[in-house]
Design a protein around this ligand. Structure first.
Ligand SMILES: *[C@@H]1O[C@H](CO)[C@@H](O)[C@H](O)[C@H]1NC(C)=O
Length: 208
């Protein structure tokens, strides 16, 4: 019952703030134009020429999914909130999703969601005292904490890139936390929406 309520409120929340990008993706999907595939692992160096905004506490939720793991199609999503004094998510700051295409595993898509969220914080020149990173991937959370080894050669470039993205942020403390999929539902829905939009953009099913 509580799961149902979570899912419903999550769904409403995820759709109540249509970003320009979401609207653009919606238009593109109607026109059946293939979406650009975002899988770059090179560090973007460009910051938006905005005013630096400092936050006491930021929360970043990330997620990624690959249908027919590891074949794809895959997508990822992330959502950033300000945390209040009571430790609850208060203001929603930003959220986004990316279609990642084929031959991307679940774990790679999870990492890409984390990387894209961290890079958004960098590009927007956001700084913080505490950054709370939350995901429902035990592997990514434990690897980023240094508690799990990174053995797979398919994961190493993603792990290295995520560490680079993290290290260049101006946040004094970072904490990683494994959360349930229900608590990660906004990022989870965004990742799945990205896959759906990618499907539509391709104009076909997952034949290779
Ligand atoms: C699929 O991805 C793996 C590693 O992520 C790579 O080694 C392989 O070359 C890719 N295959 C194709 C067909 O792109």
């Amino acid at each position: 019952m509580s799961l149902l309520i979570n899912a419903v409120s999550c769904h409403l929340e995820a759709n109540s703030y249509p970003t320009t990008l979401n609207v653009l993706i919606l238009i593109i999907s109607f026109l059946e134009v293939p979406l650009p595939v975002f899988t770059s692992l090179s560090l973007p160096s460009v910051r938006s020429p905005g005013i630096m905004v400092h936050y006491e506490r930021l929360v970043l939720y990330f997620d990624g999914a690959s249908k027919g793991n590891p074949r794809g199609p895959a997508g990822c999503g992330w959502a950033i909130y300000e945390m209040n004094d009571q430790g609850a998510d208060s203001r929603s700051i930003a959220r986004d999703k990316d279609y990642l295409g084929y031959n991307i595993s679940n774990n790679q898509a999870e990492y890409q969601g984390l990387i894209n969220g961290l890079d958004y914080i960098f590009r927007q020149d956001m700084t913080c005292n505490s950054l709370y990173v939350r995901g429902d991937s035990m592997l990514v959370i434990r690897q980023m904490e240094g508690r799990f080894q990174v053995k797979s050669n398919n994961i190493k470039p993603y792990y290295n890139r995520a560490q680079e993205s993290l290290e260049r942020l101006d946040c004094a403390r970072t904490t990683f936390k494994f959360v349930s999929r229900e608590r990660n539902c906004v990022a989870d829905e965004l990742a799945n929406e990205a896959i759906q939009n990618g499907y539509r953009g391709d104009g076909d099913s997952d034949s290779s």
